[in-house]
Design a protein around this ligand. Structure first.
Ligand code: KG4
Ligand code: ZN
Length: 349
């Protein structure tokens, strides 16, 4: 390693992916291992927290070993360990945290607790061949757990402008998928079904919540439920039953169009209002192709979106934040707790 270079081992277990990664200088991915539990949770049509932590326990050791092996790095070649501290499922976070603490203790390495929302933002810095984005950035974080508009004034400096008052955008995709009998995770399934549908077939509501930078998707979800119930009054939520006669493609397309329109319009307005130089869109839902296309088509400002494989949960983005925070002097205590609900712009106490 040359002078001034750092290698960070990232560990992420906030939800249903067990992930580890080695990143150099916050930008160069040397390994990025993600073991997804989606298949196990598909049986339930959603995440089962207890099952998630058990699978994390089974997977974590081999995932971390593989990340180190692929990067051709032993722990002696690592400068610090960055681990997701929150927000996320408590039982899942604890598994990654304990692994990180064990390694830090054994190898006498510094440990840094990382905010998962901040990690999603830093997935953008892992795109090596593009110039770094310019501040101030207007960021939209859209995932299974969050829908947040954030003004990023500089590295590690955020002002939260607003967020969802009820369901997160990804959660809405997952719930609608369940109603339509589509597989978990719902986002990719709804996107695929929508390809053959007409987005104008249904007029679903858009909650603009004018005068705020907040979002709400529960009315939209209820409108979808109403359409489904009208055709299948016996319906119970679940993934089991095939639904003959249900216009799955049209409902998917109209639902997706409603989500995309609100996300894009409000983000562009917020960017204009705050004189942002660029827009950043990250989190699992940023993998949605119609959302990406709409941002590209409608924004006058440059829009940064992670490559598809870095949109959903991974540990490379955790390591990328670790690099920044390590450089800024952060070192956490070995007895730190996980923070299952940790807002992006709050310092942990
Ligand atoms: O960021 P992420 O992997 O986990 C959280 O931090 O929540 O996001 C997962 C969410 C799920 O709700 C999933 O349905 C959604 O991202 N998602 C998508 C797509 N791919 C994943 N939503 C819409 N379209 C997609 N292509
Ligand atoms: Zn996430």
């Amino acid at each position: 390693m040359g002078r001034g270079e750092t290698r960070i081992l990232g560990i992420e277990t906030s939800c249903d992916e067990t992930a580890a990664s080695v990143v150099e200088n916050g930008r160069f991915i040397r390994s990025n291992v993600v073991a997804s539990q989606a298949a196990e949770h598909a049986v339930y049509g959603g995440i089962y927290p207890e099952v998630a932590s058990r699978i994390h326990v089974e997977a974590i050791y081999s995932v971390v070993s593989e990340a180190l092996e692929t990067a051709h790095a032993g722990l002696e070649a690592i400068d610090a360990i960055a681990v997701t501290r929150g927000p996320g499922l408590a039982g899942s976070l604890v598994v990654g945290m304990n692994m990180a603490k064990g390694l830090a203790l054994a190898a006498n390495l510094p440990i840094l607790g990382i905010n998962h929302l901040e990690a999603h933002l830093y997935s953008i810095w892992l795109v090596e061949d593009e110039p770094e984005p310019e501040f101030p950035l207007l960021a939209l974080i859209v995932s299974g757990g969050h829908t947040e508009l954030v003004l990023m004034e500089d590295h590690l400096k955020y002002k939260r402008l607003g967020g969802t008052l009820d369901d997160a955008a990804g959660e809405a995709f997952d719930k609608v998928a369940r109603l339509l009998g589509l597989a978990y995770p719902g986002g990719p399934a709804v996107q695929e079904a929508a390809e053959k549908g007409d987005p104008k077939a249904f007029k679903f509501p858009r909650a603009w919540l004018e005068g705020t930078w907040d979002f709400s998707f529960s009315g939209l979800k209820t409108a979808v439920l109403r359409e489904v119930r009208e055709r299948q009054p016996e319906l119970k939520a679940g993934v089991e039953a095939p639904r003959p006669g249900l216009p799955i493609a049209d409902i998917s397309a109209a639902f997706q169009a409603a989500v995309v329109e609100v996300l894009v319009v409000k983000t562009l307005e917020a960017a204009k209002d705050h004189n942002a130089k660029e827009i950043l869109v990250a989190g699992g839902v940023s993998a949605n192709m119609p959302l990406r296309d709409a941002f590209e088509a409608q924004s006058k400002l440059p829009v940064r979106m992670p490559p598809l494989e870095l949109c959903t949960d991974n540990a490379a983005m955790t390591a990328a934040v670790g690099h920044r925070r390590f450089g800024a002097g952060q070192r956490d205590a070995l007895d730190m707790d996980v923070l299952p609900s940790w807002p992006l712009d709050e310092k942990p106490s």
